[in-house]
Ligand binder design. Structure first.
Ligand SMILES: Nc1ncnc2c1ncn2[C@@H]1O[C@H](COP(=O)(O)OP(=O)(O)OP(=O)(O)O)[C@@H](O)[C@H]1O
Ligand SMILES: [Mg+2]
Length: 195
């Protein structure tokens, strides 16, 4: 099998500048093959989150290497790492990080708009189709911070409310039925079509 995730002698240490030195990861050599599921277990404080931040390109190692699908992400600069993250990685965080001022649909669209390689109409269709695939279509117009129905962290992570998911289904997909507000996102791609 092909390795999808690899670390080589991965070290993460903190300290210096008057802060007590602490080495959290002491040279991790890890290989995870494509198509496998892996659970990372260990005592609290043993360094699981620290390792996951490095595997997710969210933090920088002190030394060693991180390879994801054949790319040495530990050697990329910040812009290239951000691009790799946007295009190749998905995260399900313990707490949701949806933007409360945007609808569920817009939250799904924004990373694709940032990428800037598809017209806005297409992004909207992909986002809506993805929500429907996950049985979240009826929630596309909701704003995650304002809806009491989107309350548990699990449903927030998926933008879903089990109690209301069939009650507010739009009769048409959003591309033809609604005004959009994601264009007000100042960080969205300049290729975005004005609504
Ligand atoms: N920014 C930081 N500053 C100081 N210490 C830190 C920092 N980040 C992590 N640590 C320390 O590094 C160690 C590993 O932390 P980490 O969060 O990776 O553990 P964990 O295995 O994810 O724990 P848990 O199971 O509780 O989530 C802990 O001792 C933690 O206190
Ligand atoms: Mg943790």
């Amino acid at each position: 099998m092909r390795p999808l995730v690899e670390t080589k002698k991965l070290v993460r240490a903190l300290g210096g500048d008057g802060v007590e030195p602490l080495t959290i990861l002491h040279g991790i050599d890890l290989t995870i093959d494509d198509g496998t599921f892996v659970a990372l277990t260990g005592a609290s404080g043993s360094g699981k989150s620290t390792l996951l931040y490095l595997l997710g390109t969210l933090d920088r190692q002190t030394s060693g290497e991180v390879w994801l699908d054949g790319v040495e992400v530990s050697g990329l600069d910040d812009d290239d790492r951000a691009r790799f993250r946007n295009e190749r990685l998905g995260f399900v965080f313990q707490f949701h990080f949806l933007l409360p001022e945007f609808t569920v649909l817009e939250n799904v669209m924004i990373p694709m708009l940032r990428r800037g390689d598809k017209p806005r109409d297409e992004v909207e269709e992909i986002a809506y189709t993805t929500l429907e695939l996950l049985d979240l279509g009826p929630l596309w117009q909701r704003k995650p911070g304002r809806s009491p129905a989107v309350s548990s962290s699990g449903s927030r992570s998926r933008g879903r409310s089990p109690t209301t998911r069939r009650s507010s289904s739009p009769t048409n997909p959003p591309a033809t039925s609604t005004p959009r507000t994601a264009s007000s996102c100042s960080t969205c791609s300049p290729s975005s079509r004005a609504s």
